[in-house]
Design a protein around this ligand. Structure first.
Ligand code: FES
Ligand SMILES: [Fe+2]
Length: 347
């Protein structure tokens, strides 16, 4: 349950949190990471521990080119190589090229910084899988971006977010499906496997949904999930698109950060950004609160249930995870265990 998957991309932080010449320290998958942006604007990530005597490198200084540890002044370049040890005197032979800090591949994409949390075995940047992207929106950053800490293991955050039957109970408010107006409807959606997960096949949006008219005619939606916990919902019409990208990043085995990024191509929708941000915060906050209350019960380690078809996607998530771990342990390619099917539930 608590296994954190390695050798995958994780959304680490919004790019705007990292200024030129700046550093940002953060624990991801239980590892201390130092993020930085050099003076040319490039981003990098290093293990945030000085190899000399273990003090966090983020306690030191960064001049836009090198990080200097503030204990004994050792210097490291942005690839983690040690470049200077001030205490050395002439004649003292120490091969600096053999001293270094672990480096993690890092990319800035659509306003986010992603990190490839490797297992320390390979370091070939060219062989890395692509970073997840919001389709159809180019390089622009998110119009609305928020992050929330969920006090739970990544698994509960992921299955809580993908859960199709909680919405009428959890996402209620006066403006959206109030408890009094709760009416469950039959849902029937087709699913198909993708390289690292599955997707709800593209389907037409309900007629009469006023909001969808913004996107033009023939508005359709596709929702995909991929390991380690990336959900991309893509609404597309003949004129415009909107994308909701949710990325779940474990900080430790019991703390998880959920990033929510909303992108759209409708230009004048910008005036509504504060409203959309507020709604998104309320919505994600409801997911966080229910998962927090769930922890009260989980403390007693009850056995849990996943039922068909409402929890089938949660079952798939665990299946994908198991196959990912098994294929890595056996040194063979990942084979997606999911088959195309139609799921039916009421929500
Ligand atoms: S602990 Fe970093 S230079 Fe000594
Ligand atoms: Fe939810």
């Amino acid at each position: 349950m608590t296994e954190l998957l390695r050798n995958l991309w994780y959304l680490a932080l919004p790019a705007r949190q990292l200024k030129r010449g700046g550093m940002h320290a953060k624990v991801l998958l239980g590892d201390p990471i130092l993020f930085g942006r050099d003076r040319d604007g490039g981003v990098f990530a290093l293990r945030d521990i000085c190899p000399h005597r273990g003090i966090p490198l983020s306690d030191g200084t960064f001049d836009g080119c090198e990080v200097m540890c503030d204990y004994h002044g050792w210097r490291f370049d942005t690839s983690g190589r040690c470049t200077e040890i001030p205490s050395l005197v002439e004649g003292q032979k120490l091969n600096l090229s053999r001293i270094g800090v672990t480096r993690y591949p890092c990319r800035e994409v659509q306003g986010n910084i992603w990190i490839y949390m490797h297992d320390g075995k390979g370091d070939d940047d060219a062989a890395l899988p692509p970073v997840p992207v919001a389709p159809d929106i180019g390089e622009r950053p998110a119009n609305v971006q928020l992050a929330m800490d969920f006090a739970c293991n990544i698994d509960h955050a992921v299955i809580g977010l993908m859960d199709p039957s909680h919405a009428p109970y959890v996402h209620t408010s006066w403006w959206w499906k109030s408890k009094a107006r709760r009416r469950l409807r039959l849902k029937e959606k087709h699913y198909e496997p993708t390289p690292m997960g599955f997707r709800m096949a593209r389907h037409p949006n309900p007629r009469g949904g006023q909001v969808y008219r913004l996107f033009g005619k023939d508005v359709t939606t596709e929702i995909s999930y991929a390991l380690p916990g990336v959900r991309i919902e893509h609404v597309k019409g003949d004129r415009h698109s909107a994308v909701s990208l949710t990325a779940v990043t474990p900080l430790t085995a019991t703390e998880t950060e959920v990033h929510q990024c909303l992108y759209w191509t409708v230009p004048w929708l910008g005036v509504f950004t504060p409203v959309v941000r507020r709604l998104a915060r309320t919505f994600l906050g409801q997911d966080r609160d229910v998962v927090m209350r769930q922890q009260c019960g989980l403390r007693f380690e009850p056995s849990l249930m996943l039922i068909d078809d409402a929890d089938t996607q949660a079952k798939w998530y665990f299946k994908l995870k198991r196959e990912y771990q098994q294929s890595a342990a056996e040194g063979r390619p990942f084979v997606n265990p999911i088959e195309a099917t139609t799921l039916r539930w009421r929500s």
